[in-house]
Design a protein around this ligand. Structure first.
Ligand code: ATP
Ligand code: MG
Length: 564
């Protein structure tokens, strides 16, 4: 993948790194990490963070680690670890032999905690979680010191060892850092470092009944790995003083935490907790439902890693939060697929057409261009015969002014084939629905061009009935009706789900060249959009997901913005 890590535009993080390199900080090293918690599947927001962290390492000739931030055993599962590894590889990034787990540092973290206890910087507190919350104070009022704050290091050490040994029930005691209960930053008011929790860990099993908190784990893990720039999203800004306090108090290598604005995308949610709820409550078919903004969902839908990376590059990195329009993501997908996806013909809502003057039993192989954007993709042959399918939408009995497709008496072009004229309409006697058209063709127009120069305004795609492959097409719309679905006063954000986000069409007809299309195969159905063969697709019945339609709403948005 040639453009992985291609030099990208500058941003405030690069300015920080450039300045660090200039003064020789970190011996000139650049070492980042991507630290997912294995409690769900990765989404597009994570893709932004992955592209940023791995991209910086590539650009500066540095390294980027993959580290699972697995300190919460009740929510974490090996299934998530597997999916995360697969998703990052799919995006095109490589951590070499640097796959780490915070849980591998549990022994070291325990030793760090002991060190802080010995230096009088941590104490065992017997207050309940509720009491700790109550005595923490508020943004405007200081907290109050715990009655256990002045325990001696010896007593703390003894109690902490016994916490580890399993002598006390879950939740009965915690280890807290002794910082400042009057700090203006609530995170600094004697934060919890360790809690008692009897839960099996996906990697350490039942070895531990005490687990370190995120705050006591993250910076130390960064430090152990020699990370230079610890890049995270804005919500950790208020945690930075604590990050700094721990590594300073321990006297260990001090990585620099840098915060950037998380990605927010319109008409969807980017939060593992919320996505988990969509899965758990059956609002979607699973984590890889093509409507999901997960990497696995986007992959199944047919998005390419190149398009996702291009999108992440285009949105850039900033300190202020904003809402990115989904149309931009789709624009990037379209731009990439336009170059690479072969064109084929498929009729997704078929209407039967009989060419009355075409010889019964005759079949012609007509030449069709695979990709006008890429001549190297060559041509293929498409069979033409007396009975065809066209789109129901491409016929109107009473055509409105600007409708140039088929209607009684009207001549149109069948792509790569012939000019045809509609001569008769067959209707269902009971419903009055049009069920079949009769047309005549002009044998002189083979290839779709009239030697006498006469023009037609409509060009339709079609599939020969006898040769067509059968199957299903799934069309997708936004998962939510509102651009910012979570912004609902009082109401549950699920009330903004789009009831029409999935439309399943059966009885679709595909040109025979699609025989054997494997799941993941991407192509353009002429005039319908880009499609990708689903994992449910088989030789017997094809199933295609519409990746994105051909209408580029982003181009329109850009134009109106430019015109302002
Ligand atoms: P979520 O809020 O979806 O649960 P998270 O931050 O809890 O995500 P982590 O597994 O902790 O999930 O995230 C790993 C990394 O991805 C973190 O460094 C986090 O800052 C980053 N990240 C998460 N969401 C986004 C986002 N929307 N945009 C950019 N980076 C993100
Ligand atoms: Mg997190």
């Amino acid at each position: 993948m040639a453009d992985v890590g291609a030099k990208s535009s500058t941003n405030f993080i690069k300015e920080i790194i450039d300045a660090d390199l200039k003064v020789g900080k970190n011996e000139g090293r650049v070492h980042t990490r991507f630290p997912p918690e294995p409690n769900g599947y990765l989404h597009l927001g994570h893709a932004k963070s992955i592209c940023l962290n791995f991209g910086l390492a590539i650009e500066y000739g540095g390294l980027c680690n993959l580290r699972f931030d697995d300190t919460n055993p009740t929510k974490e599962e090996p299934e998530y670890v597997e999916s995360i590894i697969g998703d990052i590889k799919w995006l095109g990034f490589d951590w070499g032999d640097r796959l780490f787990y915070a849980s591998s540092y549990f022994d070291q973290l325990y030793e760090f905690a002991v060190k802080l206890i010995k230096h009088g910087k941590a104490y065992v507190c017997d207050l309940s979680a509720e009491e700790i919350r109550k005595t923490r104070g508020t943004l405007t009022a200081p907290g109050t010191n715990s009655p256990f704050r002045d325990r001696t290091p010896e007593e703390n050490l003894d109690l902490f060892e016994r916490m580890r040994a399993g002598e006390f029930p879950d939740g009965s005691r915690v280890l807290r850092a002794k910082i400042d209960m009057a700090s203006g930053n609530l995170n600094m008011r004697d934060p919890v470092m360790y809690r008692i929790l009897r839960a099996s860990h996906h990697r350490t099993g039942d070895k531990w009944c005490i687990y370190p908190t995120y705050d006591f784990t993250h910076g130390q893990s960064d430090s152990i790995e020699g990370i230079t720039h610890s890049i995270c999203t804005l919500e950790f800004e208020a945690h930075r003083p604590l990050y700094d306090w721990y590594v300073e108090a321990l006297g260990i290598h001090h990585p620099q935490q840098i915060e950037f604005a998380p990605l927010n995308l319109s008409h969807t949610v980017l939060s593992k907790r919320k996505l988990l709820r969509l899965v758990a409550e059956g609002c979607v078919g699973g984590w890889d439902d093509p409507r999901m903004p997960t990497i696995s969902g986007m992959r199944r839908r047919g998005y390419t890693p190149e398009a996702v990376r291009a999108f992440c590059e285009r949105i850039g990195v900033a300190k202020r939060e904003s809402l990115v329009d989904t149309a931009l993501l789709e624009h990037c997908v379209r731009e990439d697929l336009n170059r690479r996806a072969p064109r084929v013909m498929a009729v997704i809502r078929p209407l039967r057409v009989v060419i009355d003057n075409y010889p019964e039993g005759q079949v012609e192989e007509l030449e069709a261009i695979n990709n006008p954007e890429d001549p190297a993709q060559g041509t293929r042959e498409v069979p033409f015969s007396r009975v065809l399918y066209v789109e129901q939408d491409d016929f109107r009995e009473d055509p409105p002014g600007k409708f140039f497709r088929l209607s009684p008496g009207r001549e149109v072009r069948l792509r790569y084939a012939y000019y045809i004229t509609c001569v008769d309409v067959v209707k269902d006697a009971a419903t009055g629905d049009v069920i079949e058209l009769h047309c005549t063709y002009d044998p002189e127009t083979r290839g779709g061009w009239a030697p006498d120069g006469r023009k037609v305004k409509g060009t339709l795609h079609w599939v020969s009935a006898e040769h067509a492959l059968d199957g299903e097409v799934r069309l997708y719309d936004h998962l939510f009706t509102k651009p910012d679905p979570v912004d609902v006063e009082g109401a549950d954000w699920l009330s903004n789900l789009n009831p029409r986000s999935l439309e399943v069409l059966t009885g679709c007809k595909f040109e025979p060249s699609l025989a054997g299309a494997k799941p993941g195969y991407r192509c353009q159905f002429e005039r319908q959009g880009y499609f990708c063969a689903d994992k449910d697709s088989s030789g017997k019945s094809l199933v295609f997901n519409r990746t994105v339609s051909l209408r580029d709403t982003w181009a329109k948005i850009e134009k109106t913005q430019a015109g302002r």
